[in-house]
Design a protein around this ligand. Structure first.
Ligand SMILES: O=C(O)C[C@H]1C=CC(=O)O1
Length: 96
């Protein structure tokens, strides 16, 4: 199942820089692991913001919840999720 996930990061202004750096490093490693697994299909920065638009390819809603809620930045993000299906006007044979 494909989902569009939008994540907006809101780190507290008073968070120590080294704490923020550690969370971001762990987030990057986990995000890259999920991309290697093919579960995090697309990851795009929203220009001019500390936000991203992502496409996840997971088995079901529960797997999406498990993956997203395990992100190290999860406590500091506003997240919105939308399920996707093929568009009838798409010229592509598959969903890639
Ligand atoms: O930077 C972000 O958009 C937040 C998050 C998503 C992947 C990652 O490495 O950090």
């Amino acid at each position: 199942m494909l989902f569009k996930v939008e994540m907006k990061v809101n780190l507290p202004a008073d968070m120590p820089a080294e704490v923020a750096a550690d969370i971001k490093a762990r987030e990057k490693a986990y995000a890259q692991e999920l991309q290697q697994q093919g579960k995090w299909r697309h990851l795009w920065r929203v220009s001019g913001t500390y936000a991203n638009v992502s496409i996840f390819d997971v088995t079901d809603n529960a797997e999406l919840h498990d993956l997203v809620s395990s992100l190290p930045l999860f406590p500091y993000m506003d997240i919105s999720v939308a399920p996707l299906c093929r568009h009838p006007s798409s010229i592509h044979e598959d969903d890639r």
